[in-house]
Design a protein around this ligand. Structure first.
Ligand SMILES: [Zn+2]
Length: 199
């Protein structure tokens, strides 16, 4: 079949999405060719307006369409407990737990040798500000159990050495090398129960 530049360009664009390889991108591109023009326009609009509608919450870094996210805005939640995660979708499993009523903080990346994120780009200053202002009693570091996740947890523990807050690390259940956003909520429940003090 003749190679068409428009299709090749669309395939290349789709391949930038996570978990989409050449084959999947190709299938998606050809499926889109079968869409009605109205549906294509609707899809294109939804994609192009997403960042205009959704932005990180200025307090915790979770995505929201409002000034402040629904979790920060919830008066039923306690300020005493904050789960610290690397990225917004890492909280999904914790939110399915019936017994967690604390809040979250999204770092926006990890500290580590292979990470492209600089420490200064991480939401650490805002975390320290929150701990001081909200009188947080415990921070639970729920970064992925890999080298960067561990490095980040230890970095935070060291940084918060002189601040009166307990710092814990999620415990057993979450295997080394696994990804928080793929771990089921039962395993996360176990890992919360088995969290260890690291500071
Ligand atoms: Zn928030």
């Amino acid at each position: 079949m003749e190679k068409l530049r428009s299709i090749e360009e669309l395939i290349d664009a789709l391949k930038r999405l996570p978990s989409i390889g050449s084959k999947s991108a190709e299938r998606m591109a050809f499926a889109l060719l079968n869409f009605q023009q109205d549906d294509l326009d609707d899809l294109a609009n939804k994609i192009s307006s997403i960042k205009k509608k959704v932005h990180p919450c200025p307090i915790c870094g979770l995505y929201t369409e409002n000034a402040i996210c629904s979790i920060c805005n919830d008066p039923e939640r306690t300020d005493e407990l904050i789960i610290v995660v690397a990225k917004p979708n890492d909280i999904i499993g914790f939110e399915q737990l019936a017994n967690f009523h604390g809040r979250y903080h999204v770092l926006g990346g990890l500290v580590g040798t292979t990470s492209l994120t600089k420490i200064s780009d991480l939401n650490i200053d805002s975390l320290i500000e929150r701990i001081n202002k909200e009188k947080t009693k415990e921070l639970i570091i729920a970064t992925n159990p890999n080298i960067e996740g561990e490095t980040t947890a230890l970095y935070l523990a060291k940084l918060l050495e002189d601040i009166p807050v307990k710092v814990t690390r999620i415990g057993y259940g979450v295997a080394m090398g696994s990804q928080i956003d793929y771990v089921d909520s039962l395993t996360l429940h176990k890992s919360l129960e088995g969290r260890k003090e690291i500071k």
